[in-house]
Design a protein around this ligand. Structure first.
Ligand code: AHM
Ligand code: MG
Length: 333
Protein backbone atom coordinates (compact mmCIF):
# COMPACT_ATOMS: atom_id res chain seq x y z
CA UNK A 1 0.00 0.00 0.00
CA UNK A 2 1.31 3.44 -0.92
CA UNK A 3 0.37 6.68 0.70
CA UNK A 4 -2.53 8.27 -1.17
CA UNK A 5 -2.99 5.23 -3.37
CA UNK A 6 -5.97 5.60 -5.69
CA UNK A 7 -8.43 2.84 -6.53
CA UNK A 8 -7.16 2.87 -10.12
CA UNK A 9 -3.56 2.37 -8.96
CA UNK A 10 -4.65 -0.32 -6.51
CA UNK A 11 -6.45 -2.25 -9.26
CA UNK A 12 -3.42 -2.12 -11.56
CA UNK A 13 -0.99 -3.06 -8.78
CA UNK A 14 -3.11 -5.99 -7.58
CA UNK A 15 -4.26 -7.27 -10.94
CA UNK A 16 -1.93 -10.24 -10.87
CA UNK A 17 -3.46 -11.41 -7.57
CA UNK A 18 -7.02 -11.23 -8.95
CA UNK A 19 -8.55 -14.61 -9.69
CA UNK A 20 -7.92 -15.70 -13.32
CA UNK A 21 -6.30 -12.33 -13.92
CA UNK A 22 -6.44 -11.33 -17.54
CA UNK A 23 -7.28 -7.66 -17.11
CA UNK A 24 -10.98 -8.27 -17.65
CA UNK A 25 -11.83 -8.16 -13.96
CA UNK A 26 -9.85 -4.94 -13.63
CA UNK A 27 -11.86 -3.35 -16.45
CA UNK A 28 -15.04 -4.56 -14.83
CA UNK A 29 -14.10 -2.98 -11.47
CA UNK A 30 -13.20 0.21 -13.31
CA UNK A 31 -16.64 0.32 -14.94
CA UNK A 32 -18.29 -0.11 -11.53
CA UNK A 33 -16.07 2.63 -10.13
CA UNK A 34 -17.21 5.00 -12.87
CA UNK A 35 -20.90 4.17 -12.37
CA UNK A 36 -20.50 4.67 -8.61
CA UNK A 37 -19.19 8.17 -9.21
CA UNK A 38 -22.10 9.07 -11.47
CA UNK A 39 -24.67 7.69 -9.02
CA UNK A 40 -22.89 9.45 -6.15
CA UNK A 41 -23.22 12.75 -7.99
CA UNK A 42 -26.92 12.18 -8.49
CA UNK A 43 -27.59 10.97 -4.93
CA UNK A 44 -25.88 14.07 -3.57
CA UNK A 45 -27.95 16.47 -5.58
CA UNK A 46 -31.18 14.55 -5.11
CA UNK A 47 -32.46 17.24 -2.77
CA UNK A 48 -31.97 19.90 -5.40
CA UNK A 49 -33.85 18.42 -8.28
CA UNK A 50 -37.07 16.56 -8.66
CA UNK A 51 -35.65 13.10 -8.16
CA UNK A 52 -37.31 12.35 -4.85
CA UNK A 53 -40.22 10.07 -4.34
CA UNK A 54 -41.77 7.10 -6.02
CA UNK A 55 -41.74 6.65 -9.74
CA UNK A 56 -45.08 4.91 -9.42
CA UNK A 57 -43.81 1.58 -10.79
CA UNK A 58 -43.79 -1.56 -8.70
CA UNK A 59 -40.78 -3.89 -9.05
CA UNK A 60 -40.92 -7.68 -9.21
CA UNK A 61 -40.86 -7.93 -5.40
CA UNK A 62 -44.05 -5.85 -5.24
CA UNK A 63 -42.21 -2.89 -3.72
CA UNK A 64 -42.54 0.61 -5.08
CA UNK A 65 -39.46 1.84 -6.92
CA UNK A 66 -37.92 5.20 -6.15
CA UNK A 67 -36.72 7.35 -9.03
CA UNK A 68 -33.13 7.15 -7.93
CA UNK A 69 -33.35 3.34 -7.94
CA UNK A 70 -34.17 3.46 -11.58
CA UNK A 71 -31.49 6.00 -12.34
CA UNK A 72 -28.82 3.97 -10.50
CA UNK A 73 -29.97 0.82 -12.27
CA UNK A 74 -29.63 2.46 -15.67
CA UNK A 75 -26.22 3.93 -14.91
CA UNK A 76 -24.70 0.66 -13.72
CA UNK A 77 -26.20 -1.31 -16.60
CA UNK A 78 -25.03 1.29 -19.09
CA UNK A 79 -21.46 1.31 -17.75
CA UNK A 80 -21.27 -2.49 -17.98
CA UNK A 81 -22.95 -2.78 -21.37
CA UNK A 82 -20.97 0.06 -22.99
CA UNK A 83 -17.66 -1.43 -22.00
CA UNK A 84 -18.69 -4.92 -23.11
CA UNK A 85 -17.04 -6.57 -20.15
CA UNK A 86 -19.87 -8.75 -18.91
CA UNK A 87 -22.07 -11.24 -20.71
CA UNK A 88 -25.02 -10.85 -18.36
CA UNK A 89 -26.52 -8.84 -15.52
CA UNK A 90 -29.05 -9.60 -12.81
CA UNK A 91 -30.47 -6.57 -11.05
CA UNK A 92 -32.95 -6.22 -8.23
CA UNK A 93 -34.85 -3.83 -10.48
CA UNK A 94 -35.21 -6.18 -13.47
CA UNK A 95 -37.50 -9.20 -13.44
CA UNK A 96 -35.37 -11.17 -15.91
CA UNK A 97 -31.63 -11.39 -16.35
CA UNK A 98 -30.11 -9.20 -19.06
CA UNK A 99 -28.07 -10.97 -21.75
CA UNK A 100 -25.30 -9.00 -23.45
CA UNK A 101 -23.89 -10.15 -26.78
CA UNK A 102 -21.21 -7.55 -27.26
CA UNK A 103 -20.97 -5.55 -30.47
CA UNK A 104 -19.15 -8.44 -32.17
CA UNK A 105 -22.17 -10.64 -31.25
CA UNK A 106 -19.74 -13.25 -30.01
CA UNK A 107 -20.72 -13.36 -26.34
CA UNK A 108 -17.03 -13.12 -25.60
CA UNK A 109 -17.13 -11.94 -21.98
CA UNK A 110 -16.58 -14.44 -19.21
CA UNK A 111 -18.15 -12.55 -16.28
CA UNK A 112 -21.66 -11.97 -15.00
CA UNK A 113 -22.62 -9.25 -12.53
CA UNK A 114 -25.47 -9.37 -10.03
CA UNK A 115 -26.41 -6.18 -8.26
CA UNK A 116 -28.72 -4.17 -6.12
CA UNK A 117 -28.16 -0.76 -7.71
CA UNK A 118 -29.62 1.25 -4.83
CA UNK A 119 -30.09 -0.59 -1.57
CA UNK A 120 -31.92 0.94 1.37
CA UNK A 121 -34.06 2.94 -0.99
CA UNK A 122 -36.66 3.82 1.64
CA UNK A 123 -33.95 6.12 3.03
CA UNK A 124 -33.47 8.19 -0.12
CA UNK A 125 -35.99 10.88 0.54
CA UNK A 126 -34.89 11.44 4.14
CA UNK A 127 -31.21 12.08 3.44
CA UNK A 128 -29.94 8.88 5.02
CA UNK A 129 -27.18 6.83 3.42
CA UNK A 130 -27.98 4.30 0.73
CA UNK A 131 -25.72 1.89 -1.10
CA UNK A 132 -24.98 -0.21 -4.18
CA UNK A 133 -24.13 -3.91 -3.81
CA UNK A 134 -22.44 -6.01 -6.51
CA UNK A 135 -21.35 -9.59 -6.97
CA UNK A 136 -19.18 -10.98 -9.79
CA UNK A 137 -18.93 -14.57 -11.08
CA UNK A 138 -17.29 -16.33 -13.96
CA UNK A 139 -19.97 -17.77 -16.21
CA UNK A 140 -20.50 -21.53 -16.28
CA UNK A 141 -21.66 -21.78 -19.89
CA UNK A 142 -18.88 -21.62 -22.49
CA UNK A 143 -17.61 -18.25 -23.69
CA UNK A 144 -19.00 -17.65 -27.18
CA UNK A 145 -22.50 -18.88 -26.32
CA UNK A 146 -25.42 -16.83 -24.94
CA UNK A 147 -25.49 -16.44 -21.15
CA UNK A 148 -27.92 -18.74 -19.34
CA UNK A 149 -29.88 -18.67 -16.08
CA UNK A 150 -27.43 -21.22 -14.66
CA UNK A 151 -24.61 -18.70 -14.99
CA UNK A 152 -26.35 -16.62 -12.31
CA UNK A 153 -27.59 -19.44 -10.09
CA UNK A 154 -24.20 -20.21 -8.58
CA UNK A 155 -23.42 -20.65 -4.90
CA UNK A 156 -21.82 -17.60 -3.29
CA UNK A 157 -18.64 -19.62 -2.87
CA UNK A 158 -17.95 -19.13 -6.56
CA UNK A 159 -17.85 -15.33 -6.39
CA UNK A 160 -14.63 -13.90 -7.79
CA UNK A 161 -15.28 -10.43 -6.43
CA UNK A 162 -17.95 -8.56 -4.49
CA UNK A 163 -18.35 -5.09 -3.13
CA UNK A 164 -20.54 -2.23 -2.09
CA UNK A 165 -20.65 1.52 -2.41
CA UNK A 166 -21.96 3.65 0.45
CA UNK A 167 -23.32 7.03 -0.44
CA UNK A 168 -22.98 8.41 3.09
CA UNK A 169 -21.32 11.30 4.86
CA UNK A 170 -18.56 10.43 2.49
CA UNK A 171 -18.82 7.99 -0.40
CA UNK A 172 -16.88 4.77 -0.11
CA UNK A 173 -16.29 1.78 -2.35
CA UNK A 174 -15.43 -1.38 -0.44
CA UNK A 175 -14.60 -4.63 -2.22
CA UNK A 176 -12.90 -8.00 -2.07
CA UNK A 177 -11.45 -10.30 -4.68
CA UNK A 178 -10.95 -13.02 -2.07
CA UNK A 179 -7.76 -11.54 -0.71
CA UNK A 180 -9.04 -9.36 2.15
CA UNK A 181 -11.31 -6.33 2.08
CA UNK A 182 -10.22 -2.83 1.12
CA UNK A 183 -12.15 0.43 1.36
CA UNK A 184 -11.68 3.51 -0.80
CA UNK A 185 -13.09 6.94 -0.02
CA UNK A 186 -14.12 9.34 -2.75
CA UNK A 187 -12.54 12.77 -2.77
CA UNK A 188 -15.46 14.61 -4.36
CA UNK A 189 -13.35 17.59 -5.41
CA UNK A 190 -11.09 15.38 -7.53
CA UNK A 191 -13.54 12.60 -8.35
CA UNK A 192 -10.95 10.07 -7.20
CA UNK A 193 -11.29 7.15 -4.78
CA UNK A 194 -8.35 6.83 -2.35
CA UNK A 195 -7.45 3.79 -0.29
CA UNK A 196 -8.60 4.81 3.19
CA UNK A 197 -9.36 1.47 4.87
CA UNK A 198 -6.74 -1.15 3.98
CA UNK A 199 -7.41 -4.77 4.90
CA UNK A 200 -10.58 -4.19 6.94
CA UNK A 201 -11.13 -6.71 9.76
CA UNK A 202 -13.88 -7.01 12.37
CA UNK A 203 -12.57 -6.00 15.80
CA UNK A 204 -12.09 -8.89 18.27
CA UNK A 205 -15.35 -8.17 20.06
CA UNK A 206 -18.63 -6.69 18.97
CA UNK A 207 -21.21 -4.87 21.04
CA UNK A 208 -23.78 -3.67 18.51
CA UNK A 209 -26.87 -5.52 17.28
CA UNK A 210 -28.82 -4.29 14.26
CA UNK A 211 -32.31 -5.56 13.54
CA UNK A 212 -35.74 -4.11 12.78
CA UNK A 213 -37.23 -4.75 16.21
CA UNK A 214 -40.64 -3.61 15.06
CA UNK A 215 -40.96 -7.12 13.60
CA UNK A 216 -39.97 -8.75 16.92
CA UNK A 217 -43.23 -10.55 17.62
CA UNK A 218 -42.94 -12.41 14.30
CA UNK A 219 -39.32 -13.48 14.67
CA UNK A 220 -38.42 -17.16 15.23
CA UNK A 221 -38.09 -17.97 18.95
CA UNK A 222 -34.30 -18.48 18.71
CA UNK A 223 -33.85 -14.96 17.32
CA UNK A 224 -36.12 -13.52 20.01
CA UNK A 225 -34.05 -15.25 22.67
CA UNK A 226 -30.82 -13.93 21.18
CA UNK A 227 -32.20 -10.37 21.16
CA UNK A 228 -33.08 -10.74 24.85
CA UNK A 229 -29.52 -12.01 25.41
CA UNK A 230 -28.15 -8.86 23.66
CA UNK A 231 -30.27 -6.71 25.98
CA UNK A 232 -29.34 -8.48 29.21
CA UNK A 233 -27.29 -6.54 31.76
CA UNK A 234 -24.18 -8.63 32.25
CA UNK A 235 -20.44 -8.12 31.78
CA UNK A 236 -20.20 -6.32 28.42
CA UNK A 237 -23.95 -6.19 27.86
CA UNK A 238 -26.44 -4.79 27.03
CA UNK A 239 -25.20 -4.28 23.49
CA UNK A 240 -26.09 -1.06 21.72
CA UNK A 241 -28.98 -1.28 19.27
CA UNK A 242 -28.24 0.49 15.97
CA UNK A 243 -30.42 0.15 12.88
CA UNK A 244 -30.23 2.44 9.88
CA UNK A 245 -32.38 0.34 7.55
CA UNK A 246 -29.72 0.43 4.82
CA UNK A 247 -27.98 -2.91 5.03
CA UNK A 248 -24.79 -1.61 3.45
CA UNK A 249 -24.47 1.11 6.10
CA UNK A 250 -25.48 -1.16 8.98
CA UNK A 251 -23.02 -3.87 7.94
CA UNK A 252 -20.25 -1.37 7.21
CA UNK A 253 -20.56 0.16 10.67
CA UNK A 254 -20.67 -3.25 12.34
CA UNK A 255 -17.60 -4.42 10.42
CA UNK A 256 -15.64 -1.41 11.61
CA UNK A 257 -16.98 -1.14 15.16
CA UNK A 258 -17.94 -4.79 15.80
CA UNK A 259 -21.49 -6.05 15.73
CA UNK A 260 -24.16 -8.30 14.24
CA UNK A 261 -26.73 -7.52 11.53
CA UNK A 262 -29.95 -9.56 11.38
CA UNK A 263 -32.79 -9.86 8.91
CA UNK A 264 -34.74 -12.93 10.08
CA UNK A 265 -37.87 -14.40 8.62
CA UNK A 266 -40.96 -12.51 9.75
CA UNK A 267 -44.32 -11.44 8.47
CA UNK A 268 -44.68 -10.49 5.59
CA UNK A 269 -41.37 -12.13 4.63
CA UNK A 270 -41.42 -15.83 5.62
CA UNK A 271 -38.13 -16.36 3.74
CA UNK A 272 -36.60 -13.14 5.06
CA UNK A 273 -36.58 -9.94 3.05
CA UNK A 274 -33.09 -9.88 1.60
CA UNK A 275 -32.21 -11.42 -1.75
CA UNK A 276 -29.69 -14.20 -1.67
CA UNK A 277 -27.91 -13.43 -4.94
CA UNK A 278 -27.27 -9.71 -4.87
CA UNK A 279 -27.69 -8.79 -1.19
CA UNK A 280 -26.74 -11.73 1.05
CA UNK A 281 -23.99 -13.38 -1.04
CA UNK A 282 -21.82 -10.33 -1.76
CA UNK A 283 -22.13 -9.07 1.81
CA UNK A 284 -21.37 -12.58 3.12
CA UNK A 285 -18.22 -12.79 0.97
CA UNK A 286 -17.01 -9.42 2.28
CA UNK A 287 -17.90 -10.24 5.88
CA UNK A 288 -16.00 -13.55 5.75
CA UNK A 289 -13.02 -11.88 4.13
CA UNK A 290 -13.05 -9.41 7.04
CA UNK A 291 -12.92 -12.29 9.52
CA UNK A 292 -16.65 -12.42 10.27
CA UNK A 293 -19.40 -14.94 9.64
CA UNK A 294 -22.61 -14.95 7.56
CA UNK A 295 -25.43 -17.47 7.89
CA UNK A 296 -29.15 -17.99 7.30
CA UNK A 297 -29.35 -19.12 10.92
CA UNK A 298 -28.43 -22.71 10.17
CA UNK A 299 -26.25 -22.81 7.07
CA UNK A 300 -23.35 -20.79 5.75
CA UNK A 301 -24.76 -18.33 3.21
CA UNK A 302 -21.96 -18.94 0.68
CA UNK A 303 -22.74 -22.68 0.57
CA UNK A 304 -26.38 -22.23 -0.47
CA UNK A 305 -27.29 -23.32 -3.99
CA UNK A 306 -29.78 -20.78 -5.38
CA UNK A 307 -32.82 -21.80 -7.40
CA UNK A 308 -34.23 -18.41 -8.38
CA UNK A 309 -32.46 -15.18 -9.28
CA UNK A 310 -34.65 -13.14 -6.92
CA UNK A 311 -34.93 -15.61 -4.07
CA UNK A 312 -34.86 -14.36 -0.49
CA UNK A 313 -33.16 -15.77 2.57
CA UNK A 314 -32.99 -14.98 6.29
CA UNK A 315 -29.63 -13.28 6.81
CA UNK A 316 -27.35 -12.84 9.80
CA UNK A 317 -23.79 -11.57 9.64
CA UNK A 318 -21.16 -10.01 11.83
CA UNK A 319 -18.48 -10.86 14.36
CA UNK A 320 -17.98 -14.62 14.29
CA UNK A 321 -18.53 -15.04 18.04
CA UNK A 322 -21.80 -13.14 17.93
CA UNK A 323 -23.12 -15.12 14.95
CA UNK A 324 -22.10 -18.39 16.63
CA UNK A 325 -24.01 -17.37 19.74
CA UNK A 326 -27.09 -16.56 17.66
CA UNK A 327 -26.86 -19.92 15.85
CA UNK A 328 -26.76 -21.66 19.22
CA UNK A 329 -30.00 -19.98 20.24
CA UNK A 330 -31.63 -20.86 16.89
CA UNK A 331 -30.46 -24.48 17.13
CA UNK A 332 -32.49 -24.95 20.34
CA UNK A 333 -35.74 -24.95 18.39
P1 AHM B 1 -34.34 -2.61 -0.57
O1 AHM B 1 -33.40 -3.37 -1.47
O2 AHM B 1 -35.73 -2.58 -1.07
O3 AHM B 1 -33.80 -1.25 -0.24
O4 AHM B 1 -34.43 -3.46 0.80
C1 AHM B 1 -33.28 -3.86 1.46
C2 AHM B 1 -33.16 -3.09 2.72
C3 AHM B 1 -31.87 -3.30 3.46
O5 AHM B 1 -30.86 -2.41 3.05
C4 AHM B 1 -32.28 -2.97 4.86
O6 AHM B 1 -31.44 -3.51 5.83
C5 AHM B 1 -33.66 -3.54 4.92
O7 AHM B 1 -34.15 -3.52 3.60
C6 AHM B 1 -34.55 -2.73 5.77
O8 AHM B 1 -35.82 -3.32 5.77
P2 AHM B 1 -36.87 -2.99 6.90
O9 AHM B 1 -37.37 -1.63 6.59
O10 AHM B 1 -37.89 -4.06 6.74
O11 AHM B 1 -36.17 -3.07 8.22
MG1 MG C 1 -31.86 -3.98 -1.68
Amino acid sequence: MHKNQTLGEFIIENQSSFPYSSGELSSLLNALRLAAKVVNHEVNKAGLVDLFGNSGDINIQGESQQKLDIFANEIFIQALVNREIVCGIVSEENDEFIAINGSDKRHSSKYVVLMDPLDGSSNIDVNVSVGTIFSIYRRISPVGTPVTQEDFLQAGNNQVAAGYVIYGTSTMLVFTTGDGVNGFTLNPALGTFYLSHANIKFPEEGNIYSVNEGNYSNFPQGVKDYIKYCQKIEENRPYASRYIGSMVSDVHRNMIKGGIYMYPSSFPYPEGKLRLLYECNPIAFIVEQAGGKATDGKQRILDLKPNDIHQRRPFFCGNTEMVNKLENFIAKY
